[in-house]
Design a protein around this ligand. Structure first.
Ligand code: MRU
Length: 355
């Protein structure tokens, strides 16, 4: 496999050979070390999500599906009611690891539905169905990402400059990714884009992950600090912004990595189209607007000292560290999903997706 194919087609989340553990590429160690972890304890699965060893909305959902199957095997000897109660407890436990990406709750709900539907059936059959369900969640994500990449590619032309924020590539999903999907699919077809990757403070997903994936894939990528997006746009180097999403509300407001809304405001100022790309599993029709999206707050140490040789702020200084912000739907040109491209008014175009 060449490097481009390796980046696109490696399964960074999978079941172990014996099906008793989930294997993940530890994203916190990139780009310096490629380390795979084998997880089979609930605390380790929770920690992997919380600490962003596995991250990106679709990837968290895929991981949670596999994790529930792995954990369920450990208490499959229990009578059905006790089994279902333990399954429910673990679902709630994993769901509490991160609040913003709706894909986590979505995948966990799918897994629990299998258990509910299995009432009265032998444990071995329920386990077989759980395995089929988590495999289906993963397979569906692969086909959704491929279709999102196809739709996204229709929005840009060969040679365009594209700015992206955070990481919505294969590491955050499966195969092509969402926001990076059109870029990687285009590359496979011989197209060349010039990509600007925001470093994405404070956890540097753009520097550590996006520029890593694109550089390895042979894409022309330039890493910039978050505060450089304006000059890059002003220079005329950006023809479109592609970003991922963690939860899209029914009116088109959407949560994505902190800093995304600032990029959208800049893009509007410079007249650059701004797109979010994500599977329909990221759309939460029960959430009316961005004010109803829970925004995760994270450890202040991520701002003060992480990645620095010594702290860059006094220990006692107050920090505000939201992991996500909400971009207002009025700043959004379109939402690219596996079912097609939604344009404003989003209340109508999103509703049509689910009809
Ligand atoms: O905190 P993270 O790194 O999980 O945040 C990820 C993002 O904001 C991504 O853009 C989003 O999950 C989409 S991934 C296809």
């Amino acid at each position: 496999m060449d490097e481009l194919a390796k980046i696109i087609h490696t399964d960074n989340i999978r079941l172990s050979g014996d099906g008793r553990s989930v294997v993940i590429l530890d994203q916190t160690q990139l780009p310096n070390r490629v380390v795979y972890l084998t997880l089979s304890r609930e605390e380790d699965c929770y920690e992997a999500i919380l600490k962003l060893r596995v991250r990106g909305a679709p990837a968290i959902g895929i991981f949670a599906g596999y994790a529930m199957y792995v954990l369920a095997q450990q208490y499959a000897h229990l009578p059905y009611d006790a089994f279902a109660a333990e399954f429910h407890r673990q679902r709630e436990y994993l769901n509490a690891s991160r609040p913003t990406a709706v894909n986590l709750n979505w995948a966990l709900a799918r897994m629990e539905q299998v258990v509910t539907d299995g009432a009265g059936q032998p444990a071995a059959e329920i386990l077989d169905r759980l395995r089929a369900e988590c495999t289906a969640i993963h397979q569906e994500d692969i086909s959704m990402c491929t279709r999102i990449a196809e739709y996204g590619l229709t929005l840009v032309k060969d040679g365009d400059g594209i700015l992206t924020h955070c990481n919505a590539g294969p590491l955050a999903t499966s195969r092509y990714g969402t926001a990076l999907g059109p870029i990687l699919l285009g590359k496979e077809r011989g197209m060349e884009f010039r990509v600007f990757a925001d470093e994405t403070r404070p956890l540097l997903q753009g520097a550590r992950l996006t520029s890593f994936e694109l550089q390895k894939a042979g894409v022309d990528v330039t890493l910039i600090c978050d505060n450089m997006a304006s000059i890059v746009m002003k220079n005329g180097w950006v023809q479109a912004c592609f970003v991922g999403c963690d939860r899209i509300a029914a009116n088109g407001d959407f949560a994505n990595k902190i800093g995304t809304s600032g990029v959208a405001i800049l893009a509007k100022h410079y007249g650059i189209p701004f797109y979010t790309l994500g599977p329909t599993s990221t759309i939460d029709m029960a959430c009316p607007d961005g004010d109803h999206i829970p925004v995760e707050q994270r450890d202040p140490g991520e701002i003060r000292e992480k990645f620095y040789a010594e702290p860059m702020a006094l220990q006692e200084v107050k920090c505000y560290n939201p992991a996500f912000d909400v971009t207002d739907h009025t700043l959004l040109t379109a939402i690219v999903t596996e079912k097609g491209i939604c344009y404003p008014p989003f209340t109508e175009s999103l509703k049509k997706l689910f009809e």
